[in-house]
Ligand binder design. Structure first.
Ligand SMILES: Cc1cc2nc3c(=O)[nH]c(=O)nc-3n(C[C@H](O)[C@H](O)[C@H](O)COP(=O)(O)OP(=O)(O)OC[C@H]3O[C@@H](n4cnc5c(N)ncnc54)[C@H](O)[C@@H]3O)c2cc1C
Length: 380
């Protein structure tokens, strides 16, 4: 089997990379050990927005959010919904941080603002818990994660890409200092370009070419209630002053199915007690604390019934930014290190990989994503 480019992994990142490369006329072959979207991406809450993100990344984030919007206009099948996001503030000291984010975002024309509890109740009537204030970012959206991955894959396929599910890549085929393809149990797939988009498994794959990527797994947990009539209309999250994802972060939303989903990334950041293959139920302590937060914010949901929980490991870098670009042998590219916000960034990551592969000026500042910027500090 031969292609111009092999993309390893069909999560949202690999799917976006395949879409971007096939858009430029390359013959793309995607190899996925499971099913497209079946790993971290399918377990995601898939909120897309620019609020309280990284200042240096704002141009890329704005572009990426616009790309999702454009895709939704063109293929309205993945339940893209511009519902807006409320970030609640519980303490005075969070106000300064919220004002900082808002000043920075309004400076580049984004629409976030600080709102008083009265306005919070107008925007999200069921949010009756005792909060001090909130930020409101009306342009934030959510998508159905499986359908979004499927849509990107379908776009790539419509331009000639092929997808091989249920096949694990065991290593890279290298020759004379450059990539010649990938090895699988079903044989070698030859390609002069290989993009590793294996999410939290990417470090293992890169290690087969002797590359040490600074990627570590971070635990994300999620609970889902049984379906309820529509009640929570917005994404409701904690203010970043109380910690970004590294210090314990809460996000609550209601899916179109009616299930209420709540996600928390535990305090302490990097998790030592698990890895990407460790797929299980959420911890009891997490469940107790999450339910307490849900009921504090939404007291009307006191009769809520839990349906299920899940744990996944996101791929995290020391600075919470992606690794995107060439690394190691010629022809090898990395697209991983989502830091828990891979849905937001995926279209732009695809775009950057396409820029690198074409050898043209990157569409966004790319040095901050150089895959080997932590060389020596990584853990495969
Ligand atoms: C509970 C939760 C909530 C989240 N909420 C948000 C959110 O609101 N907004 C947001 O932007 N992000 C969110 N995220 C993060 C987001 O889901 C991830 O950043 C994103 O899904 C990562 O995509 P990926 O393609 O890099 O990884 P994955 O989806 O894991 O894809 C990698 C793929 O590579 C495949 N693979 C790995 N190794 C091999 C191999 N050797 N051979 C073949 N295939 C291989 C895997 O099977 C997998 O399908 C959340 C995550 C979780 C868990």
């Amino acid at each position: 089997m031969r292609a111009d480019a092999v993309v390893v992994g069909a999560g949202v990142v690999g799917a976006a990379v395949a879409e971007a490369l096939s858009r430029e006329g390359r013959r793309v072959h995607v190899v996925e050990q499971g099913v497209p979207g079946g790993a971290v991406s399918g377990a995601s809450l898939a909120c897309i927005g620019t609020h309280m993100m990284d200042e240096d990344e704002l141009p890329l984030l704005v572009w990426s959010c616009a790309a999702w919007r454009a895709l939704a206009e063109h293929s309205p099948v993945f339940e893209y919904e511009r519902c807006g996001q409320i970030r609640f503030l519980d303490h005075e000291h969070e106000l300064a941080s919220a004002r900082h984010w808002i000043a920075m975002e309004t400076g580049v024309g984004l629409g976030s603002r600080l709102i008083e509890p009265d306005e919070v109740r107008r925007i999200e009537p069921i949010l009756k818990g005792p909060i001090l204030a909130a930020t409101w970012s009306p342009d934030d959206a959510v998508v159905n994660p499986f359908l979004a991955v499927r849509t990107l894959v379908a776009q790539a396929r419509s331009r000639g890409a092929t997808v091989q599910s249920g096949t694990a890549v065991s290593g890279l085929a290298l020759e004379g200092g450059r990539v010649r393809g990938v090895e699988t149990a079903a044989g070698r797939i030859e390609a002069g370009i290989v993009v590793l988009a294996g999410g939290p498994w990417t470090g293992r794959l890169a290690a087969t070419a002797g590359i040490d990527l600074a990627l570590v797994p971070r635990k994300a947990q999620c609970l889902a209630t049984v379906a309820r009539p529509p009640s929570i209309r917005r994404v409701v999250g904690a203010c970043k002053a109380e910690g970004g994802v590294d210090a314990g972060y809460t996000q609550i939303q209601q899916a179109r199915s009616g299930q209420i989903l709540f996600n928390t990334v535990l305090a302490g950041g990097i998790t030592a007690d698990g890895g990407p293959d460790d797929i299980r139920e959420a911890d009891r302590l997490f469940m107790r604390d999450s339910i307490a937060t849900l009921l504090r914010l939404f007291p009307d949901l006191a009769d809520v019934d839990l349906l299920r929980s899940w744990v996944r490991y996101e791929a995290v870098t020391p600075d919470d930014r992606f690794l995107v670009g060439p690394a190691g042998p010629e022809g090898l590219y990395i697209a991983a290190g989502d830091g828990g916000t891979g849905f937001i960034r995926a279209p732009a990551v695809g775009r950057l990989i396409a820029d690198h592969v074409a050898g043209r000026e990157p569409s966004f500042r790319s040095d901050i994503y150089a895959p080997l910027r932590f060389a020596g500090a990584g853990r495969a």
